[in-house]
Design a protein around this ligand. Structure first.
Ligand SMILES: [Zn+2]
Length: 267
């Protein structure tokens, strides 16, 4: 049974959980104009698809486009989608969020639009791999992509144990998330939607910084889900490149000087 504003039963609860979960994608790496930031790339290649950006209550969100080749519910609501390639990175920059907390070594998604993807493709031709390689990224001006436009790759990480030990995801150390996944099958199920876990020969989880599980995290929604996700929201379609940092948890706040801050940390 359902009225115009209520539902009875658990089907709607499942749908609402999916709607809330859809807002919980990994945070995206971005820089203020004129700043640099150090990251470690986790995967070699970008996972690319079409998506939309939109604002909800002042915050930016992304929604994978379910069908860039025909006009679908997402395109009708949010306009034309754009092509984006994602990488998993460890953001080594240290900054204080608006919530007053200090952030560093968080696992984030690095989003590159077509221009940056071309630049990275050329870089990749000269390097054996990106995986676990350090990189200093610069954003020259406010016209440059929010995730930066200049990439200086450095050495590969030598100490994977140390990198794993310090990396966190949304405030929780990977080490603790892995412990939970190993001791609780339900937790494993939940976390395997976020991370691409690897197992060793004896079935134990390999303690190495994982890439995101793009296939699940960014899976396009059905038309019905899109209607639900966007329902009742005051929306403004837009471009994530134009988003401004400053909201807690989405990146460096006004006081946050994102920039080459890995001094003293060697891994
Ligand atoms: Zn679309």
């Amino acid at each position: 049974m359902a009225g115009s504003w209520f539902q009875v039963g658990y089907e709607a609860v499942v749908a609402e959980s999916a709607r809330i979960t859809s807002f919980r994608q990994p945070r995206r790496f971005f820089l203020k104009p004129g700043k640099t930031g150090d990251v470690v790339y986790v995967d070699d290649d970008a996972t690319s698809f079409y998506e939309h950006s939109y604002r909800r209550n002042g915050d930016w969100h992304e929604l994978s486009c379910s069908s860039p080749l025909k006009i679908d519910a997402c395109c009708r609501r949010l306009g034309e989608p754009y092509y984006v390639g994602l990488y998993t990175v460890v953001d080594c920059s240290r900054y204080t969020g608006q919530d007053g907390k200090v952030y560093q070594f968080e696992l984030k998604a690095f989003a590159a639009k077509i221009g940056s993807l071309q630049t990275l493709r050329r870089k990749r031709q000269t390097l054996v791999s990106f995986a676990y390689r350090k990189c200093c990224i610069a954003r020259d001006t406010d016209k440059s992509p929010a995730s930066g436009n200049d990439f200086t790759f450095g050495d590969e990480v030598k100490d994977h144990d140390k990198l794993f030990a310090i990396t966190n995801y949304k405030g929780k150390l990977l080490k603790d998330l892995y412990d939970a996944a190993e001791s609780d099958p339900e937790e494993f199920q939940k976390l395997s939607k976020t991370f691409q876990f690897q197992r060793d020969g004896e079935g134990r989880l390999v303690r190495r910084v994982p890439a995101f599980n793009y296939e699940v995290l960014y899976m396009p929604h059905s038309e019905e889900e899109i209607q639900r996700i966007l329902s009742g929201e005051i929306l403004a379609g837009g471009d994530f490149n134009k988003q401004q940092p400053g909201k807690p948890g989405t990146g460096p706040g006004p006081g946050g000087a994102a920039g080459g801050n890995t001094q003293g940390v060697d891994f």
